[in-house]
Design a protein around this ligand. Structure first.
Ligand code: 5AD
Ligand code: SF4
Length: 440
């Protein structure tokens, strides 16, 4: 057999890209590639890119610029661009950076073997179609050995919501759900390989409506079925849209013990005028009522969210409404961003908020969110929480894992193996993590 070729993948952006990178590595593994941690000894370098914010495309071009030296020294090296920048830019990438051999959009990863062969044969390989066939069917062919007790599992992809700021409906395409039996098979397979926690992924995961044996299944139904898998201890899902938070899913947070008490439910803004201009189809009030219902089902749930400041036409009063909403909801985690113009989206054409105004608002919002995050973390001290241990910590004898609420927890002299789920008494709250001791 030929010596295996080496593959280096650099992943940008969201968790779905992390999942996709794993699947691409598996698919190319079947073509004789093994992964390497260093670009210097790679035969193929793949950049799995993100287009959600900022000058993402420019970042990719500068990374490609840095790879030029490597390519000159090693002309056989193949360079590919995958992900949402590949989808958005297409052949433009090869025009601007002719050393790129392969460009592949997120819906075409199952065609990588053909594309790789073409690139290896010295031709340019480009595929940014939205094909009809189920890419997951062909991608899932060869799951590789797992490294840790947690895994991502994509169950839904794409989005039909068309928020006015967002590129996702254009780069990932229309909303598609994977059939429930396939998800269950992949989950069982992961559990057989030592996985104890699965995070179900989708751009709009709670819109999941995959085909089941008896009609379409909701995300709640899927979660209940997954909870029946022996050895699977924890289930999470991300990211959700408020308007798809159905009654059965809210209820599942109260009834399904394996569903963790953490929910990422982006609201984006607190002003109804701005929410309308964002095409969010919910109000601040309806969101707040929704969170109340979720908390009624699971009182200790930790809420997390996404916020955009400086969306076109946002006034100081609109921004104040966002601060008010944050005060009212109280978040345990949050991600906040300055609005970033995305070519081709409706908001790109509108009156923009000056950059210094955006920066000022972001700083004020983040100060509030950071205070809330700290308070939620500090409130864990003295409590006993479940921790799934993932790996050894930095200090000798220390083990590190995640709590039910997704806080990082370090335990000294834990004496447990990775993959152990154990109750831990929280004894301290540090900058970004908790300290604790086994409570058994
Ligand atoms: N500018 C800033 N933030 C954005 N997001 C999506 N598009 C943009 C944009 N154009 C944020 C949203 C979303 C998260 C994944 O990224 O808050 O929930
Ligand atoms: Fe983008 Fe999420 Fe809105 Fe869909 S729901 S358009 S992915 S922000």
């Amino acid at each position: 057999m030929d010596k295996p070729r080496k593959l280096f993948i650099k992943t940008y952006g969201c968790q779905m890209n992390v999942y996709d990178s794993e699947r691409m590595a598996e698919t190319l593994g079947a073509q004789g590639y093994v992964e390497t941690a260093s670009p210097d000894d790679a035969d193929m370098i793949l950049l799995n890119t993100c287009h959600i914010r900022e000058k993402a495309a420019e970042k990719v071009y500068s990374e490609l610029g840095r790879l030029k030296e490597l390519k000159t020294a090693k002309p056989d090296l193949k360079i590919g661009v995958a992900g949402c920048v590949a989808q958005a830019e297409g052949a433009e990438i090869m025009r601007r950076q002719p050393m790129v051999d392969l460009v592949v959009g997120p819906q075409s990863y199952h065609r990588l073997p053909e594309l790789e062969a073409k690139a290896r044969g010295g031709q340019k390989a480009l595929d940014t179609d939205f094909p009809e066939e189920d890419k997951f069917d062909r991608l899932a062919a060869r799951p590789k050995a797992r490294r840790g007790p947690t895994a991502f599992l994509t169950v839904q992809e794409g989005c039909d919501k068309f928020c006015a700021f967002c590129v996702v409906p254009y780069t990932r395409g229309a909303e598609v759900s994977r059939p429930a039996p396939r998800v269950l098979t992949e989950a069982r397979d992961l559990v057989d390989r030592g996985v104890r926690e699965i995070t179900l992924l989708g751009q709009n995961v709670n819109a999941y409506h995959g085909a089941g044996v008896d009609g379409d299944w909701s995300l709640a139904r899927l979660i209940h079925a997954l909870a029946g898998i022996d050895g699977l201890e924890r289930i999470r899902f991300t990211t959700s849209h408020p308007n798809d938070m159905t009654d059965d899913l809210i209820e599942a947070h109260g009834t399904c013990a394996k569903l963790m008490p953490y929910l990422h439910l982006p609201v984006q803004a607190g002003s109804d005028r701005i929410l309308k201009r964002m095409n969010r189809a919910h109000t601040a009030e309806s969101y707040i009522r929704l969170v109340e219902r979720i908390r009624a089902a699971r009182p200790d749930i930790l809420m997390s969210g996404d916020f955009i400041v400086g969306f076109p036409e946002e006034t100081e009063a609109d921004f104040q409404a966002t601060l008010d909403l944050v005060e009212e909801v109280t978040y345990g985690y949050a991600y906040s961003f300055k609005y970033s113009t995305r070519p081709g989206t409706p908001a790109a054409e509108r009156a923009q908020v000056p950059e210094d105004e955006k920066a000022d608002r972001l700083q004020r919002l983040q100060a509030l969110l950071t205070r809330q995050q700290r308070a939620a973390q500090d409130a864990m001290v003295g409590r006993v929480v479940g921790v799934l241990f993932e790996r050894e910590g930095r200090e000798a004898g220390q083990m590190t894992g995640k709590s039910d609420y997704l806080h990082a927890v370090h335990v000294r002299d834990a004496g447990v193996a990775p993959g152990t789920l154990a109750p831990v008494r929280i004894t301290g709250s540090g900058r970004n993590s908790l300290a604790g001791e086994l409570a058994v």
